[in-house]
Design a protein around this ligand. Sequence first.
Ligand SMILES: Nc1ncnc2c1ncn2[C@@H]1O[C@H](COP(=O)(O)OP(=O)(O)OP(=O)(O)O)[C@@H](O)[C@H]1O
Length: 360
Amino acid sequence: MSFLSLQGVTKRFGSVLALDDVVLTAPQGSRTAIVGPSGSGKSTLLRLLAGFDAPDTGRISLDGEVLADGPAAVPAHRRGIGLVAQEGALFPHLSVAENIGFGLPRGTAGRDARIRSLAGMVELDEDLLRRRPDALSGGQQQRVALARALARQPRLMLLDEPFSALDTGLRASTRKAVSALLDKAGVTTILVTHDQAEAMSFADQVAVMRNGRLLQVGPPRELYLQPSDETVASFLGPAIFLAAQMQGGFAECALGHVPVGGHPAGTRVRIMLRPEQISFVPVCGAAEGIGYAKVIATEFAGSDCLMQVQIEGRAGTDAVSVAIRTSPSHMVPPGSWLKLAVVGTAHVIEASAASEAYVD
Ligand SMILES: Nc1ncnc2c1ncn2[C@@H]1O[C@H](COP(=O)(O)OP(=O)(O)OP(=O)(O)O)[C@@H](O)[C@H]1O
């Protein structure tokens, strides 16, 4: 049996179906990230896990204990679940030490030592313990919030966009530190985030949510390279979709002969590639034919620049415009011609009926 299990969880607010038959499991010690657009139901799911609200139908269990079975639910304070919210939500009038020790009864033997040990775990200097939260940086405040949540040795840790208030550099380093810490403590964790890259680097399982439903759940690499549909594909990053015809295990498309993963059913398919799977070499002058493309526009964005290129369609089909990624030193100006090649395999995202027309 899974350590954390949600079965058929549904929650409605008036006419809004916030959670629609959610099924999710997580092994002990694992990290799950829930991503999805605004209003997709992420916070509602977290609130139900924390015990701040109860499902209409469905069952939530943790470590063999049923936490909610429809509206009958174990109250939040009896769940042994820690929560770190977006702003850390520290008590402003208490010192950092008292914030960390908030859940530890006063007078408990070794309380101060435990607070110092928790501060050490989240790499907070001891001399910060006497300060008030407003005298700490955003990253330090988040680490205090994490130490406070860890103090009660939760069975499950819920992280609700805990890094979103931090700037890019601090965000990445805090995420790494928190991730290593949770790993070491072996705490099962659920992270809610708007940031797909953050979800994929933090978690061993990612769940993509939309309109209250989980569209796909799996390891980050699997979701990124083998999404179940175009919505999941596009949500996790830029994607190139091309119509293709299967021939001898290859997809014949505007890019030529492209190897595909798996054994797709059907002959007319739609394939997906990630922009970084397209390599190119500039060619002199106009070069028409399969695999050649003209640069239409460029977008400078530091280390990760984009070039919009137009590929001639196969006979009788329209040209296809796709974005490919490159470094600033490899970017060429609009009007240049390129020979493209595909790195790795394409993913067949949709196999159509054999009678469907072949279109790009
Ligand atoms: N207490 C409530 N009363 C009425 N509707 C609610 C309530 N809480 C959530 N909803 C609705 O349920 C849906 C899901 O909301 P939820 O906050 O879970 O989404 P979310 O994915 O967390 O969004 P965001 O990323 O913007 O925080 C939304 O349509 C929201 O308006």
